[in-house]
Design a protein around this ligand. Structure first.
Ligand code: ACM
Length: 281
C-alpha cells in the first residue's frame, strides 16, 4: 500500500502537466505489405494535431503469420522500416507515436509495441499474453510492463489480449501510469467493455486502438476506444472503416485515486490476502 503511494510520488512531474491531445488511428492493413500499410497509416495521420498518436497492433505487417520465418521476414530490430517511419512521423507531426510491430529482439521474434518521440525510442514492449495462433510465429515477452514519461504524462503499453489479465493494467496503474496505450487487433467482442472496468479499477485513461478488415477467417472488430478514468467512453470509432479520433485529456486527473472520501482505489487493496494471484500452481 505504501509502495503504491511511493511509486506515484517518485513519478510526480516537476511541473503541473498540461492537458494532452491524444489521437487514435484505426487502420485497415493488408497482410505482408509493410511499405503500403505505413504509407496508408501516414496518410490518415497527415492532418492530425495531437501530442500522442496511437496506431493498432501489427498495423504495418498484418496479423496472421504462418511461421516464425514469415514473421521474421517482416520484423524490425529497432532500426528498420517501421521504427524509422515512426521517428519521421513523430518529427513531422511533433507528436509521440505508439503502435504495434514485429520486433526482432535478438534471436526472438515478438509481437511488440513501440513508443517513439522524435529520434528517441521511449519504450519497446513485447506482448506477454499471446492470443491463439500468435503462439506459432511469436515468442512471448518475458519482461514486465513499464511506465515511462511521454510529453509530460506517465504512460504504459499493453497489447490487445493483455486486456484479459487485470494484473497488467493493475501493475501499470500501481507503477504510476496515467494513460494505458493499448494497440490492438481485436476479434472477440469484450475488450472495449473490459477496458472500461480496467480504467475504473485503476483510475487511469486508456487508448485501445483497434484495426478493421479481415484476414483468413478473422474479422477485426474496429470500435477503437479512448476510455476515461471513471470508465466512461470518451471516443469510439465505428465497427468498420478507417477512422481518426482525437480527445483532450488531463493526465493529472488519473492521479486522484479516491472513489469516495473514505475509499482509495490503491490503498484500500488487501494484497496480503491476494497471494493466490501470484502463485504459479
Ligand atoms: C489479440 O490479442 N490480437 C486478439
Amino acid at each position: 500500500m505504501i509502495a503504491a503511494r511511493d511509486a506515484m510520488e517518485a513519478f510526480s512531474l516537476s511541473e503541473e502537466a498540461e492537458p494532452m491531445k491524444i489521437a487514435m488511428i484505426q487502420t485497415s492493413p493488408t497482410n505482408g505489405r509493410v511499405t503500403e500499410n505505413l504509407k496508408d497509416a501516414a496518410a490518415l495521420a497527415a492532418n492530425v494535431d495531437a501530442d500522442l498518436v496511437v496506431f493498432p497492433e501489427l498495423f504495418a505487417t498484418g496479423y496472421l503469420h504462418a511461421s516464425k520465418e514469415v514473421a521474421a521476414s517482416l520484423a524490425d530490430d529497432g532500426s528498420g522500416e517501421t521504427i524509422a517511419w515512426a521517428k519521421a512521423l513523430s518529427k513531422q507531426l511533433d507528436a509521440a507515436i505508439c503502435g504495434g510491430f514485429i520486433w526482432k529482439n535478438g534471436e526472438l521474434i515478438q509481437n511488440a509495441a513501440f513508443l517513439v518521440d522524435g529520434d528517441e525510442v521511449l519504450d519497446l514492449y513485447a506482448k506477454i499474453h499471446l492470443f491463439d495462433r500468435e503462439k506459432v510465429p511469436f515468442d512471448q515477452g518475458e519482461a514486465p510492463t513499464r511506465v515511462v514519461e511521454c510529453r509530460g504524462a506517465r504512460v504504459g503499453m499493453m497489447i490487445c489480449y493483455d486486456w484479459q489479465f487485470p494484473e497488467v493494467a493493475r501493475c501499470l496503474g500501481l507503477d504510476g501510469a496515467q494513460i494505458l496505450l493499448h494497440p490492438s487487433n481485436l476479434v472477440l467482442p469484450w475488450a472495449q467493455d473490459a477496458m472500461r472496468t480496467r480504467c475504473l479499477e485503476n483510475g487511469v485513461f486508456a487508448v485501445t486502438c483497434n484495426r478493421v478488415g479481415s484476414e483468413q477467417d478473422l474479422t477485426f472488430t474496429g470500435q477503437s476506444q479512448i476510455t476515461g478514468r471513471k470508465g466512461e467512453v470518451l471516443a469510439r470509432s465505428p465497427e468498420t472503416g478507417t477512422d481518426v479520433q482525437i480527445v483532450d485529456i488531463d493526465p493529472t486527473h488519473a492521479d486522484d485515486k479516491q472513489l469516495t472520501p473514505n475509499n482509495h482505489r490503491f490503498t484500500d487493496r488487501r494484497p496480503e490476502l491476494y497471494g493466490r494471484v501470484t502463485r504459479t500452481s
